[in-house]
Design a protein around this ligand. Structure first.
Ligand code: UT7
Length: 332
């Protein structure tokens, strides 16, 4: 039976490192508060004006292709997960398609925030198993730094996010002992306004006004404690669901690569699932929350460092804005 394999992973972060102390120079926060509440020490920001999510994606795709042993020209479809698209329209997948010289192949944008990689994975898996495409570039890429409120009012959200990109090249395998085992995703829009940006909005006439800027409606807003509660409930719940459906026990897992929103969230999730801490991958201390890029970035690094290897059974849970959440189980 054909399954979907992770053929190669790649990642890229811009070179500008912004520490907690750097942020504390701009607004009322501290290295101590950020590290204690989130685990974050630093994050990367784009170096200059004019760099969008699709620009960060280019080197990530190139690295993923190299690791998959394919040429970029062999990619036959792009799925681009992001909450920070280059522009309102067209999708960042189209910009990436052009930048990679892949004009003509389909490019689909996925707007499911921190769960975007899992939603994209489910689509890619269906495409690959039905034989529609053979080399899908599943990208998660974000430029958050150009859309954050660097004032005291925005500090709860601003300290969390960083820029970065990652890509998985996915393709069919007949190997019974490798490939995607399952992916389950969910959404509940009752939480839509607990982590969102109000403007610009197609429901406002016009979509953007000076008043919206003055009222701070253009910056992300979050009900942090509420999101935290949902994340620590839904990530274990969906993980258990995927494991039980496939007759896999927590003890069988080699590694857990969770979405990197807050180290404390992932410690809670691991505790609830009784997963030993040394099996859980964290890189939030270096990158903050890179949203759709966070799972593939953490997996790509874990492979690069030799921490994740062929044959490993890996669980990847996520929760984020929407609310959206899910979990994937893969044998590398
Ligand atoms: O990936 C998308 C999903 N997002 C998440 O999963 C985020 C989920 N939420 C969280 O991770 C946490 O709620 C936060 C890290 C955002 C906040 O941590 P918390 O422990 O829930 O803090 P809090 O919001 O309850 O705020 C505690 C205090 C408040 O001060 P008072 O009212 O106790 O005086 C805040 O004003 O911390 C203050 N505070 C800050 N202080 C310094 C909030 N943000 C900051 C900050 N620096 N950046």
């Amino acid at each position: 039976m054909t399954k979907t394999a992770f053929l190669g992973l790649g990642h890229y972060v811009p070179s500008k490192v912004v520490t907690n102390d750097d942020l504390a120079q701009m607004f009322d926060t501290s290295d101590e508060w950020i590290q204690k509440r989130t685990g974050i020490k630093e994050r990367h920001y784009v170096e200059e004006n004019g760099i969008g999510a699709s620009d960060l994606a280019v080197p990530a795709v190139q690295m993923a292709c190299k690791n998959a042993g394919i040429d970029v020209s062999e990619i036959d479809a792009i799925i681009f997960a992001t909450l920070s698209p280059d522009h309102e329209f067209p999708g960042s997948g189209c910009f990436l398609n052009h930048k990679l010289g892949l004009g003509g192949i389909p490019a689909l944008d996925v707007r499911n925030q921190c769960s975007g990689f899992l939603y994209g994975l489910q689509i890619a898996d269906a495409w690959i198993r039905c034989g529609m495409y053979k080399r899908v570039a599943l990208v998660g890429a974000e430029v958050h730094s150009t859309g954050l409120d660097f004032s005291d009012e925005g500090r709860d959200v601003t300290v969390l996010f960083g820029d970065g990109a990652a890509c998985a090249i996915l393709g069919p395998t007949e190997d019974e002992d490798a490939g995607l085992i399952d992916v389950e995703v969910h959404a509940d829009g009752s939480g839509a306004k607990d982590l969102w940006i109000e403007a610009p909005s197609s429901s406002h006439m016009p979509r953007m006004t000076h008043e919206m800027i003055d009222n701070r409606a253009i910056w992300p807003a979050m009900n942090g404690r509420h999101v935290f509660r949902w994340a620590t409930a839904k990530m274990p719940e969906v993980s258990r669901s995927v494991l039980e459906r496939n007759g896999i026990s927590v003890k069988d897992l080699d590694l857990v690569v969770p979405h990197q929103a807050n180290k404390r969230i992932n410690e809670f999730v691991a505790q609830k699932l009784e997963i030993p801490p040394d099996k859980v991958v964290h890189n939030i201390e270096k990158y903050g929350n890179t949203t759709a890029a966070s799972i593939p970035l953490a997996l790509s690094e874990a492979i690069q460092e030799g921490r994740a290897k062929k044959g490993d059974l890996v669980l990847m849970p996520a929760f984020g804005s929407g609310f959206t959440w899910g979990a994937a189980l893969v044998r590398l």
